[in-house]
Ligand binder design. Structure first.
Ligand code: 5GP
Length: 206
């Protein structure tokens, strides 16, 4: 029996931390260096226990024609930073096929991407943090102050994920927000990911 999807999480990444790690470097998209904004990693359907299914429908292949109206917004808000440099289609196709097909009964391919973009627009993480004087200036900030600043706006504690920069510092990498299965309402996360953040984390420049 297939297990039910009970919520989703929106994954947002800070490009400065994606690009500055010991393990990999990054490549800017063919369209150039993205703006210094949080960008979308994906929208993942989850089971109640926080586990997530993947690759739920091999017949539902990514079709770029279905999202042609979203192209400009995807390039801006959902750039791919992996190497080699790309125009995003590989990343979007991967996210749809691995994660999006698992919530296809709620969101078709067009709506999957449109919903992720709408959420990104609704929760402007960089603005929220800047308003709390937390800026991507290579400075260190308490993890707690970052969580509290986001929670004050969304009413729910976000999950925070960190990685290590080349010098071994814990840095703000991904923010994890939970949403209902339609992807429109932010909800309390049933389970928060263990995010490997130190109590003080660097917010790297990009
Ligand atoms: P996921 O973690 O969503 O299951 O897989 C992400 C995949 O997309 C990885 O294979 C990763 O290399 C690729 N990818 C391409 N561009 C990006 C990017 O900008 N950020 C992340 N997190 N993954 C990317």
């Amino acid at each position: 029996m297939t297990r039910l999807i009970t919520y989703m999480h929106a994954y947002t990444q800070w490009p400065g931390a994606y690009c500055d790690t010991k393990h990999h470097s990054c490549c800017y998209p063919k369209t150039g260096k993205p703006t210094a904004e949080f960008s979308i990693h994906g929208l993942w359907p989850n089971h109640k226990d926080g586990s997530w299914p993947s690759n739920c429908n091999p017949d539902s292949v990514f079709d770029r024609l279905e999202i042609s109206d979203l192209m400009g917004s995807l390039q801006k808000n959902w750039p791919s930073l992996s190497c080699p440099s790309s125009n995003g289609f590989r990343f979007w196709s991967h996210e749809w096929e691995k994660h999006g097909t698992c919530s296809e009964s709620e969101l078709n391919q067009h709506d999957y991407f449109a919903t992720a973009l709408k959420l990104k627009e609704k929760v402007n993480l960089l603005k929220i943090l800047k308003n709390a004087e937390i800026e991507p200036d290579d400075g260190f900030y308490s993890l707690d102050s970052i969580v509290k600043a986001i929670e004050a706006v969304t009413s729910h504690a976000p999950g925070m994920e960190c990685n290590k920069d080349s010098a071994g510092n814990s840095q703000l990498y991904q923010v994890y927000l939970c949403v209902d299965t339609s992807g429109s309402e932010i909800i309390e996360c049933p389970i928060l990911p263990r995010g490997r953040c130190d109590s003080s984390v660097q917010f790297p420049k990009f």
